[in-house]
Design a protein around this ligand. Structure first.
Ligand code: GDP
Ligand code: ZN
Length: 353
């Protein structure tokens, strides 16, 4: 039963090795005002995190994210649960939180595939796709590029060619979600019990695609009624959705900013063509600037390396180096907070004696 929500031996092993028999597990379908809707062996229930988890959590990533498997104490009669722990994640698609803080925010956890959606209209942007490719590489999931709106493409052949050169071996789907038979186009990529997430700027057609995959009125089937802390009824919708085909899909809320949360290593793997050129430079510490025997400069000059692609690589490299500096100070801050909590807990325990 849980297998149909993506449960597998990876999660089973960490659960069985660390938690007693009377606990069970659930998967986060939605977070709404610190309450979580979960898929469990008895269906959907609402969960809240335990005091202990709240107390020991120091960073955002210690809290559950959509797609996470969590260890729960289930109350079947009330259809509610207490969340005690987040199981280790198999993959996680993260970005840096909006604003200046150098903290990680998990957009979707335990995804197998990331569909990077881009429109072929005025918003077409190979550079944005490169950005998503870096974050997907970092996530551990498999990327698939989706070029939507072929019906209103400004220059289809050249656009597809531009993406094929950056995609290398990554699959590319081109379609018009409003004109084509969308489910059949995704069929080869959406497997039973696997989880896929759709990423891309607002307006590229993610909801249109997901609606077509669900095949029914999306909002109606996914609506969840909730009661907030003031007793007011609100409706929202689930983000982790099970399709009739057995595949699971995560529909992320629109993201205005996509700030990088990645490593330099991930960047070099994403731009393996640039990495390969750099390894041919005469000097191993070549900055591809004025040095003689620079293979990157030579490739830019003879056109084998696209200047816009190289500039985007340099821009992201600068961003990552800046992020790294800030991460160090943030890590120190979180460590301090953790010790403060441990210290406070210790004092409280001693008082009791
Ligand atoms: P989202 O913000 O990524 O979820 O994008 P939506 O699915 O809401 O789509 C934004 C707009 O683009 C809507 O008006 C859609 O009808 C339209 N749209 C989506 N796919 C296509 C397509 O293939 N062709 C055209 N012409 N319009 C599309
Ligand atoms: Zn060089």
């Amino acid at each position: 039963m849980l297998e149909t929500f993506g449960w597998n031996t990876f999660f089973e092993n960490s659960f069985r090795n660390h938690f007693p028999e009377d606990f069970t597990v659930g998967r986060i379908a939605l977070e709404h005002k610190e309450r979580y809707e979960l898929y469990t062996s008895i269906g959907e229930v609402w969960g809240e995190i335990s005091g202990k988890l709240r107390y020991t959590a120091v960073g955002r990533t210690d809290f559950p994210a959509v797609g996470d498997w969590v260890v729960i104490d289930l109350r079947p009669q009330e259809r509610s649960a207490t969340i005690h722990a987040v199981l280790p994640r198999k993959t996680k698609f993260s970005r840096k939180v909006a604003g200046i803080e150098a903290e990680e925010q998990i957009v979707a956890a335990n995804v197998d595939k990331v569909f990077i959606v881009n429109g072929l209209d005025g918003d077409f942007s190979p550079r944005r796709i490169e950005r998503y490719l870096l974050l997907t590489r970092e996530s551990g999931a498999e990327p698939i590029i989706v070029l939507n709106k072929t019906d209103i493409a400004s220059d289809l052949d050249n656009q597809i060619q531009a993406i094929k050169t950056i995609a290398q071996t990554i699959p590319v789907i081109t379609l018009s979600a409003t004109h084509d038979d969308t489910p059949s186009r995704f069929l080869p990529w959406l497997h039973m019990n696997e989880t896929a997430v759709f990423m891309g700027s607002s307006g590229v057609g993610k909801s249109t695609i997901i609606n077509a995959l669900i095949g029914r009125d999306y909002l109606k089937t996914q609506e969840v009624r909730t009661v907030d802390s003031l007793g007011k009824h609100t409706t929202t919708h689930r983000e982790l959705i099970k399709l009739a085909s057995g595949a699971l899909v995560i529909d992320t809320p629109g993201m205005r900013e996509l700030q990088l949360w990645a490593s330099e290593e991930g960047l070099n793997q994403t731009f393996s063509d640039i990495e390969a050129l750099a390894s041919q430079c005469r000097f191993s510490d070549c900055r591809h600037d004025q040095e003689p025997g620079c293979a990157v400069k030579a490739a830019l000059e003879n056109g084998t390396l696209d200047e816009k692609r190289y500039k985007n690589y340099c821009k992201m490299l600068r961003e990552l180096r800046y992020l790294e500096l800030r991460q160090d100070s943030n890590a120190a801050r979180l460590e301090k907070m953790k010790w403060k909590k441990i210290h406070a807990a210790f004092k409280k325990n001693n008082k009791r004696k």
